[in-house]
Ligand binder design. Structure first.
Ligand code: PHE
Length: 503
């Protein structure tokens, strides 16, 4: 009988009376476990061995755990230096010991808290004393780290392992352990003698050029064999959500708008009947441009009508703000804080000419706000802007549109809350329930544009409009609990690789 070399090695290392794990075979033969697993499956197919599978919990060191294995646990480094500095006799300055132990950043806190927890000593008003009885060489956690690295964590007390996992130094995972035994046929085949056949896994240019491919035996594919997971690229969850949003809105009859990220305050605020002394228009809230600082082409007549609405209001009973209004201020440039600036450009006819009702438009674009970064706020995020222009619209139309839109993402429990916007009346905010935390999170803001907005733009019918947060929608569809897991420097790669966008 002829068998490929690896298969022969597996057969020779296997026993008829004792199970041998793939890991043991790897240690014996020096072959990769993936290669051996493949060979074992081939042999099992031939009936020469039997494979038994078992799910096994395994522990692995995290990158932090591996670093400490090399450099020593921070608390042990602290203890050793403290002892050298005589802190077992008289308390030493904590700052000096930390400096001498070369501990920096978060390692300092880690060292201090574990130092105290494991009773390597005490810290009292900046002084550190070391416990003369303690023995860093017998540290259970350091021992466990070594044991895990050597693949022998089985002998370590479970609470110690739990501790390492809690400290983020080790990670549990499940893997399949396979063990092989020789079958009777396997034993017989071995006794009759097996020759190693040269098998080739890949057809190379060399094999083709030399003609050797005529004579070699090719290894067969085993599509069921375990293989290492390799991660290629994939569309970012947020991009996937954005694409889906676009598809849904286009399916609902909307057309897409685009326009400048940096725009005149006129389009971002004035056209929206936002008074020029509104708190959101101070330098606190906006990212102003200094070069160029202002736009030079605003439609003159429109500016005049908008100014007039601010001063006098619109219609016979119109009431304006009677507050200062300057065209100079309206020309200032800033990064848009909402994409409602695009809606203004489109509704006014400035973007693509005058529009006759009915019309539906949307955009899924970046906006910029000088917010404080936290679990639900980013300084730049994507807004799903949209509006519908028609003869007779009411809040019911708005609610119905949202209900339909969010249903496409499996979200059926949208809640509405009355709200105030200078540019819409009535206005309401939208809330959704986070699938993991159960918390109600704000996902959008909406309303019917006021006459003070529409009339100067030259729109005579009704317009309902909204700004929804794409990241918040993604939190609801993926279960992400922190917006920073989605994008930015702290984004969780594991999450991005595996997250499913549900809809
Ligand atoms: N511009 C609002 C925001 O940023 C959203 C909105 C748009 C509300 C249009 C009403 C009408 O939150």
């Amino acid at each position: 009988m002829q068998l490929p070399e690896v298969q022969l090695a597996v057969l020779e290392a296997a026993s008829a009376t004792e199970k041998r794990t793939i890991a043991q075979l790897a240690a014996e033969t020096g072959e990769e476990t993936t290669t051996l697993t493949g060979a074992a499956f081939d042999l099992a197919e031939e009936g020469l061995i039997e494979i038994e599978e078992r799910e096994k919990d395994s522990l692995e060191l995290t990158p932090e755990g591996r670093t400490y294995r090399e450099e020593g646990l921070p608390e042990l480094r602290l203890y050793r230096v403290a002892k050298e500095a005589g802190a077992t006799e008289t308390a030493a300055s904590m700052g000096e010991v930390i400096g001498a132990a070369d501990l920096k950043g978060k390692a300092v806190d880690i060292a201090l808290s574990n130092f105290a927890r494991k009773e390597y000593g005490k810290i009292d008003s900046g002084e550190l004393s070391a416990n003369a009885e303690a023995d860093p060489d017998a540290d259970e956690e350091a021992g466990a780290i070594e044991a895990i690295a050597a693949g022998g964590a089985g002998d370590v007390a479970p609470p110690v392992l739990d501790r390492l996992v809690e400290r983020g130094l080790a990670e549990r995972s499940q893997r399949t352990e396979r063990a092989v035994t020789l079958t009777e046929e396997g034993v017989t085949a071995l006794m009759e003698g097996i020759e190693a056949a040269d098998t080739v896994g890949r057809l190379t240019p060399e094999l083709l050029a030399s003609g050797e491919w005529h004579d070699v035996e090719f290894r067969t594919y085993d599509v069921e064999a375990d293989a290492d997971r390799t991660y290629g690229g994939r569309t970012h969850v947020l991009r996937e959500t954005a694409e889906r949003v676009k598809d849904v809105l286009i399916g609902m009859g909307f057309e897409e708008m685009d326009g400048p990220h940096a725009d005149a305050d006129f389009w971002i605020n004035d056209a929206l009947f936002m008074p020029q002394d509104h708190p959101a228009r101070t330098h606190w809230d906006r990212f102003a441009l200094s070069e160029p600082a202002e736009i030079d082409d605003l439609p003159e007549e429109l500016v005049e009508r908008v100014e007039n609405a601010h001063r006098e209001g619109v219609g016979e009973d119109g009431e304006g703000y009677h507050s200062p209004w300057s065209a100079e201020f309206a020309r200032q440039l800033a990064l848009r804080g909402h994409t409602t600036s695009l809606s203004m450009r489109y509704l006014s006819g400035e973007a693509i000419g005058d529009l006759e009702p009915p019309q539906r438009y949307f955009s899924v674009e970046k906006v910029y706000r000088n917010d404080t970064l936290d679990a639900t706020h980013l300084l730049e995020f994507f807004q799903i802007e949209g509006w519908v222009m028609a003869e007779d619209l009411s809040v019911r139309d708005l609610m119905g549109t949202f209900t339909e839109f969010y249903e496409r993402f499996g979200i059926t429990d949208i809640e509405f809350k009355p709200h105030y916007n200078p540019y819409t009346e009535p206005s309401f905010e939208l809330f959704g329930t986070h699938p993991v935390t159960g918390e109600l999170i704000e996902i959008g803001n909406s309303g019917l544009f006021r006459d003070e907005v529409l009339r100067p733009l030259g729109v005579e019918c009704d317009v309902m409009a909204w700004g929804l947060a794409l990241e918040r929608l993604a939190m609801l569809t993926t279960g992400a609990e922190d917006i920073r897991d989605l994008h930015g420097t702290l984004a969780d790669l594991d999450f991005l690789r595996n997250a499913e966008v549900s809809y």
